[in-house]
Ligand binder design. Structure first.
Ligand SMILES: [Zn+2]
Length: 433
């Protein structure tokens, strides 16, 4: 299929933006990209899908979420982190069943696809049910159970049983084309050294990504200084946790030494501005991380602390937050923000060889925003419209590995009407259980 449109934002090495351009998709990959007239004459027999006055761009990549938490969207807001977690979220999560996790994942995947997101990195519980839903939808995902020291959990009675069930899930996910398994210790304040080192060992053996919440608040730093006599990054480095297959989520309360260590170990980091603002965690110093050569991705965090899974909204918030925080409008220009949501997030998922840009040989993972909506006109600089003006509702089509999963209001791989009906019952289910 030859997709044509007014613009294509490639996000390639030189950040080319093509006008009156085309993208040739064969199977799961991009076969060619260039001027529409040229590709049409080169491939005269190819079927053409003309997206018209639109901008084709790489699918956005949500580098950190707890995707089934859409079942708690709007359930508890405007509270302190500890009240929110211990009084509302943890008791509600204790009621979870595999069926609810699957339904909530389907709901979240519908949201991701609607807003042009083609891949996500999830850390939650009952991940087998997340897998079932993501597999059905056909979206790209890195999935891993969150592991802490609190047992029994929904996944296991004790830590040995957790790693047994982890092995079983690994069998289920390995060799899947679009879904990869990961090991996600929740945070240093919810685990202990032995568990973290065991996670590192298993991740190394199975060649998996390891993701962990890191330096989210000053409270976390104070706790580590008291317990480990070191700041969180220095502690993790001392126990051998940090390497180029590690993704550090949040990185709010960090100093120059932390940044230098993370850069030296080659870890990726993920910025979650809406969640950090809503829970008053603080502001992650993004430009300092980028200047140190760290790949920084962008994520929404869970739907209960955001409360959306909309990466266009997240890009807008990310840009504005840094400008305000630094009292400097030159911070976070549009290209930097889009880089985070595409190329940076691709590194955070450990999938930069396949996604994050539209180039020959890469996977055909993309979306296309209509430029005919009133908020998208005129087009002086298309990147500005994408980062500052788009809401995500302009998205016309979402394609993952060459397959159309969403188009003009319709989902192709699951019945959204049923998901909507079942999701509508979640509030009553929570009250009555
Ligand atoms: Zn999180």
């Amino acid at each position: 299929m030859l997709y044509t449109a007014r613009y294509i934002i490639t996000q390639n090495e030189t950040r080319e933006i093509l006008e009156n351009a085309a993208l040739l998709v064969r199977g799961t990959v991009i076969e060619a990209i260039g001027p529409a007239a040229e590709l049409k004459s080169q491939f005269p027999d190819e079927a053409v899908e003309d997206l018209g006055n639109a901008v084709i761009m790489p699918g956005l990549i949500n580098a950190h979420t707890h995707i089934p938490m859409s079942f708690l969207r709007g359930y508890s807001d405007d509270k302190s982190l500890m009240d929110w977690l211990y009084k509302d979220i943890f008791p509600a999560e204790a009621k979870l069943t595999p069926e609810v996790v699957e339904l909530a994942t389907l709901l979240s995947c519908a949201e991701l696809l609607r807003f042009g997101c083609t891949a996500f990195y999830d850390m939650y519980m009952l991940e087998r049910s997340v897998f079932k839903a993501a597999d059905k939808v056909g979206i790209r995902a890195v999935l891993g159970e969150s592991v802490s020291s609190f047992f029994p959990s929904l996944d296991a009675k004790n830590v040995d049983e957790f790693f047994e069930s982890f092995d079983a899930n690994d069998e289920l996910m390995k060799n899947h084309q679009l879904i990869r398994h990961a090991l996600n210790p929740h945070a240093i304040y919810t685990t202990e050294t032995a568990i973290l080192q065991r996670c590192r060992k298993v991740a190394n053996e199975k060649k998996l990504r390891l993701g962990i919440h890191m330096c989210e608040t000053t409270v976390e730093t104070a706790g580590s200084l008291e317990k480990n006599k070191q700041r969180p990054i220095a502690y993790c480095d001392s126990i051998g946790l940090l390497d180029e297959n590690t993704t550090l989520i949040h990185m709010v309360d960090i100093n120059e030494e932390d940044i230098a260590t993370v850069a030296a170990r080659g870890c990726a980091t993920v910025h979650n501005p809406a969640s950090n603002m809503k829970l008053s965690s603080g502001v992650s110093p993004i430009q300092q991380q980028l200047d140190a050569g760290i790949a920084v991705g962008l994520g929404t965090d869970g739907p209960a602390s955001n409360n959306a899974q909309n990466m266009f909204r997240e890009m807008y918030i990310a840009a504005l937050l840094q400008k305000l925080d630094k009292k400097d409008p030159l911070q976070m220009p549009v290209q930097t923000v889009l880089d985070m949501a595409t190329r940076g997030s691709a590194v955070a998922l450990g999938w930069a060889d396949t996604i994050g840009s539209l180039e020959k040989g890469k996977s055909a993972d993309f979306c296309a925003l209509s430029l005919s909506e009133p908020n998208m006109q005129p087009v002086h600089k298309v990147l500005s419209n994408v980062v500052y003006s788009a809401t995500g509702m302009e998205n016309k089509i979402t394609v993952v590995a060459g397959k159309v999963l969403y188009k003009d209001g319709f989902y192709t791989s699951f019945d959204y009407a049923t998901v909507l009906e079942e999701a509508g019952k979640l509030s009553d289910w929570l009250k009555n259980n």
